[in-house]
Ligand binder design. Structure first.
Ligand SMILES: [Fe+2]
Length: 467
């Protein structure tokens, strides 16, 4: 593959070619693997199997899941592509068939008859991986989820119990309510400004759809739950599917539009909309209710990162943790920077999702040349009560992925914070103590093969290691 023309396939963004297994005895381990954990740290991300015709980060690239299984102090690493119908069709043909989100290609009839995905937009299944209701799902916001086995073999496209019809989608950013066990996510029809909250019960059964008309069709990537609401940001980005059909970038940043904040009752009912000064955001950290106020912590970006436009350039706008406080009684909004640190991929102890909390975690950049390079080389812990930020810096040239909190006790600091880190081409899973993230890692599990930069990770409780 010649990947030299793709900025987001360089360095540790470059894909790996093999699916591997490394057993405990083949892994070099520094420190002590926690022996009370049973489950797996799983992370999804793009890993194109064939040289792309074009590459739009963060949407293109076949999903590959990297997992480290923990069981009684022993670990096992495995990585597997999500073997989508589109990727399987390309494997059978031995070449790339599908185009990019920015430059889709018509899919030949024989590929469709052979079981390939008929859509010109390849469902790459590359964005997130989540276990809920007995299903392990690889998620991509433009199409159906794909179900995986605990061993990361692909079962196939997942219709969510018949809810999803051909052409439907389900968000890559579900939230799981720690009180009810519900998974709350959304569908967004491709061709009209409509947002459909989808609620699944603890057992994974679909129980409710709540429709909210959007002010315009844009990019709504993440959602945040609070005890009673779903909160979404509808930024001043307007998409025009007709432009996409002409092979043009379909999104436009509109200086004349505000940020619209949607507040949708989880129990059902009409959405309320509030207006703020424009900004863009990919990811929430957490949110909670405080009387009539809703507090939302999120990663602020000044504008939609257009550097990804048509696959050219590297995105370099600052990204910072902000706190937005919305008084639903008066409509008053305060939107404040929590800290100047450059960060992304914000997470919390998921047992506090939608509730009052103290600590947030993020992948962060300590590097001086942040404006020229947007890699993350540290794990940050934000104390939202005191403003203190604690950093674990992996070194200037390191790449640090999304951190995930894995509990071992009741409090917000009784846990581990895990992230994949790659430095000088060598990858490891780093296990930090949430109570003292700057200290030497509890464990560092060195993986003989590289783990490319990716997107979202989660802990899958109870998942058994491959036999
Ligand atoms: Fe995301």
């Amino acid at each position: 593959m010649d990947l030299s023309r793709f900025p987001y396939l360089q360095g540790n963004y470059a894909p790996v070619a093999e699916e591997c297994d490394w057993t405990h005895d083949q892994l070099r381990i520094e420190g002590r693997v926690p022996d009370t954990l049973k489950g797996a740290f799983l992370r999804n991300g793009p890993n194109p199997a064939y040289e792309p015709n074009h590459y739009v980060y963060p949407l293109d690239g076949d999903g590959m899941v990297h997992g480290v299984y923990f069981d009684g102090g022993r670990v096992h690493y495995r990585n597997r592509w999500v073997h989508t119908p589109a990727l399987k069709a390309e494997r059978r043909a031995g070449r790339r068939i599908y185009g990019s989100i920015g430059r889709p290609l018509p899919v030949p009839g024989e590929i469709v008859r052979d079981g390939g995905d008929p859509s010109p937009y390849k469902n790459t299944a590359n964005t997130n991986i989540l276990q809920h209701g007995g299903h392990l799902l690889a998620l991509w916001e433009g199409g159906w989820p794909h179900e995986l086995t605990p061993a990361l073999d692909t079962v196939g496209p997942y219709s969510a119990g018949g809810l999803l019809k051909p052409g439907d989608n389900l968000s890559a950013h579900p939230k799981v309510c720690p009180d009810t066990g519900e998974m709350i996510t959304c569908s967004q029809p491709f061709d009209r400004p409509l947002y459909i909250v989808q609620v699944f019960d603890r057992a994974g059964r679909h129980v409710r759809s709540i429709e909210a008309a959007l002010p315009w069709k844009g990019i709504i990537h993440d959602l945040q739950i609070t005890r009673n609401h779903v909160v979404i940001f509808c930024a001043p980005v307007v998409t025009n599917p007709a432009l996409l059909m002409q092979g043009k970038f379909p999104m436009q940043w509109r200086e004349d539009l505000p940020m619209k904040i949607g507040v949708i009752p989880r129990a059902g009912g009409a959405a309320r909309w509030f207006e703020a000064e424009p900004f863009f955001s990919w990811h929430f950290c957490n949110g909670f209710e405080d009387g009539s106020r809703i507090v939302i912590d999120y990663v602020w970006i000044a504008k939609l990162p257009f550097a990804m436009e048509m696959g050219t350039g590297v995105e370099s706008q600052p990204r910072r943790l902000y706190r937005l406080t919305l008084d639903t009684a008066t409509g008053e909004i305060r939107n404040e920077c929590v800290d100047e640190l450059f960060c992304e991929f914000t997470r919390v102890d998921d047992r506090r999702c939608g509730q009052r909390y103290r600590y947030g975690y993020a992948a962060a950049s300590t590097m001086a040349k942040q404006s020229e390079y947007h890699g993350y080389n540290a794990t940050a812990r934000f104390d939202l009560d005191t403003g203190e930020v604690v950093l674990h810096d992996y070194g200037e040239d390191a790449n640090a992925g999304e951190p995930v909190f894995v509990p071992h006790g009741e409090s917000e600091t009784d846990g581990y914070v895990m992230a994949f880190v790659t430095a000088e081409g060598k990858s490891s899973l780093v296990v930090l103590d949430a109570a003292q993230p700057a200290a030497d890692p509890v464990a560092r599990i060195h993986i003989p093969t590289r783990v490319p930069n990716g997107f979202h990770a989660n802990w899958a409780e109870g998942l058994s290691p491959p036999a």
